[in-house]
Design a binder for this molecule. Structure first.
Ligand code: FES
Length: 160
């Protein structure tokens, strides 16, 4: 079979190949440029869940401390509160003083009570809290969400 039989010359095949390669390269350049220029869509911050343990494992009026997650859980008769350990002044990490029953900030001497309310020092508001729910009898805290508050109110307690 020669080129007269097929009607397609070698030169045409090569030129089609060049056209195809050029289309691919130009397409990559345009696609890459658009991908670079297109604003990134930011989704909602993904949840960071702390599965704190079974509800029954939390003693009433005993502060549970989760150092790695920087969370304190205070269980009371009528519910519980999951508080951030990050000081609302300049973000130092507070620690729980079991004898005095207060949170103490090592940076500027602030103190917060067991509900996170400011007792002393410069913080402008109570410790922030995290949403809590019980799933299958376990306490689950979403540490990716922070709730600021002006004061403690018992409606902030999560019934368990
Ligand atoms: S950072 Fe806590 S009192 Fe300043």
């Amino acid at each position: 079979m020669n080129q007269e039989d097929t009607g397609v010359s070698r030169r045409k095949i090569i030129s089609y190949g060049w056209i195809a390669a050029t289309v691919v390269i130009v397409g990559e350049m345009i696609g890459g440029t658009l991908a670079y220029l297109w604003p990134k869509v930011r989704g909602e911050k993904s949840a960071k869940l702390l599965i704190a343990g079974k509800v029954d494992d939390f003693q009433v009026e005993k502060m549970a401390i989760f150092r790695k997650e920087k969370v304190f859980i205070n269980r009371m008769d009528d519910g519980l509160l999951a508080m951030s350990a990050i000081c609302t002044h300049l973000r130092c990490i507070v620690r729980w003083n079991e004898q005095k029953k207060v949170f103490e900030c090592p940076c500027h001497g602030a103190e917060f009570n067991a509900f996170g309310e400011v007792l002393a020092g410069p913080p402008p508001r109570p410790l922030d809290i995290h949403p809590v729910e019980t799933v299958g009898g376990k306490i689950v805290v979403d540490t990716s969400k922070v709730i600021r508050r002006k004061k403690f109110d018992r409606v902030q307690l999560v019934r368990v």
